[in-house]
Design a protein around this ligand. Structure first.
Ligand SMILES: [Zn+2]
Ligand SMILES: [Zn+2]
Length: 384
């Protein structure tokens, strides 16, 4: 089969690799029809993680079941399924409590928890930016789609990661109807957080970014766009909230946060959130942070540490929730919102390309080139 293989920093190429196959009785084999490039792929693509060369990315996957192991009861050949980016077992101590993002069975390192397709430090599993994908514990990990699966494919594929992750940010922050919400980062996850806050009935949604294409998308769903290359975002949020600060805030940028001039500071968005959110408000942090960052700007950053403004955070009595999203907690509900025509998260899609154009797409998305807001790779799509 063909896969988009990682060969080193900013180097990926389409190569012939051994077919993914059923390895255990509980596996399901999926022929990928849509697989997204994610902002978190870029940390690996840029060489800012220990992702191994020769492997491939792809954790936002949707496709058709082509084979099931003898231990699979529910999922049938021919069904269309969307896969949570978390690979989980369903029976370990964490999965039982709903924390499929910290599965203890699928992560082979006993010091760690949680697994994902094609992801650094998340187990040996290959990604879906390929023609075929092996899905462990298939009955547990496949979310089946209805007859509108093909018609709404670009919406349903968002249920693999970014729609639930954006939703999770609003859950961690505690968004309820009427709340004012500020979101730092209008990449795909930030836009999904803004969209989720709107769906939940937030009174006012503000989105901070500096890329005009992303800010336009935020405005297209009724959010207030704040361009931090032109204005102080904290001041702008205070002005929109009678000087009190937003009720809730979401961090959707992560450890490679940088100012408009490109100077990195992993504490920047977190500290802006502490200042932008009111006393007793809630903050949800879903942007990726890592325990080690050898490419970090100083010793602190290299050890995964952040100069967090804990004094002000404590003084204001804010809550802070963090970590990867347990996709299974939300994916059925979000699928059903799409099926009912109440949500169309595909509004952020800018490109649908064959796998062969993946290397070019990575370069554009990594450069934040204007108009490259979300790329969907379609391994079945004819080239040219
Ligand atoms: Zn993702
Ligand atoms: Zn588990």
């Amino acid at each position: 089969m063909k896969a988009l293989v990682y060969e080193g920093p900013r180097q990926v190429s389409v190569k012939e690799v051994p077919d993914a196959r059923i390895e255990r009785p509980t596996d399901v084999l999926v022929r990928i029809t849509t697989t997204n490039i994610c902002g978190s792929d870029l940390h690996m693509y840029e060489g800012r993680t220990d992702f191994e060369t020769g492997r491939w990315f792809g954790h936002e996957n949707l496709g058709e079941v082509v084979e099931v192991g003898p231990g699979v009861d529910k999922v049938k050949v021919g069904e269309r399924v969307v896969l949570p980016f978390n690979i989980s077992c369903g029976f370990c101590k964490n999965c039982e409590r709903g924390f499929t993002n910290y599965c203890l069975t699928t992560q082979p390192d006993p010091q760690l928890a949680g697994a994902a397709y094609g992801f650094a430090d998340m187990g040996p599993y290959q990604g879906g930016q390929a023609e075929l994908l092996r899905v462990p514990y298939g009955d547990h990990n496949c979310l089946r789609l209805g007859e509108d699966a093909a018609e709404r494919e670009n919406d349903y594929v968002m249920v693999a990661d970014i729609f639930p992750t954006g939703y999770h940010a609003t859950e961690l922050a505690g968004v309820v109807p009427g709340d004012s919400v500020v979101i730092y980062g209008a990449g795909p996850v930030g836009l999904m957080a803004a969209y989720s806050a709107t769906i939940k009935g937030a009174g006012k949604v503000m989105v901070v970014d500096r890329h005009p294409d992303r800010l336009r998308l935020a405005e297209s769903i009724g959010a207030i766009a704040i361009d931090d290359s032109k204005t102080d975002p904290v001041q702008a949020v205070l002005e929109e909230t009678m000087g009190l600060g937003a009720d809730r805030g979401c961090e959707c940028v992560g450890y490679q946060a940088h100012d408009p001039q490109g100077s990195e500071d992993p504490s920047m968005t977190l500290n802006n959130l502490v200042k932008s959110v009111r006393f007793t408000g809630g903050i949800g942090s879903v942007g990726v942070y890592v325990p080690q960052d050898p490419g970090g700007r100083d010793e602190l950053a290299q050890q995964g540490q952040v100069a967090f403004d804990y004094g002000l955070h404590w003084f204001k009595g804010q809550t802070l929730g963090s970590g990867q999203c347990p996709v299974k907690k939300y994916n059925r509900r979000l699928r059903d919102l799409i099926a009912a025509g109440k949500a169309t998260p595909s509004f952020i899609v800018s490109h649908e390309l064959p796998l062969e154009q993946g290397p070019d797409a990575y370069a554009h998305f990594d450069a934040r080139d204007d108009g490259w807001t979300k790329v969907l790779l379609k391994p079945g799509l004819a080239t040219g």
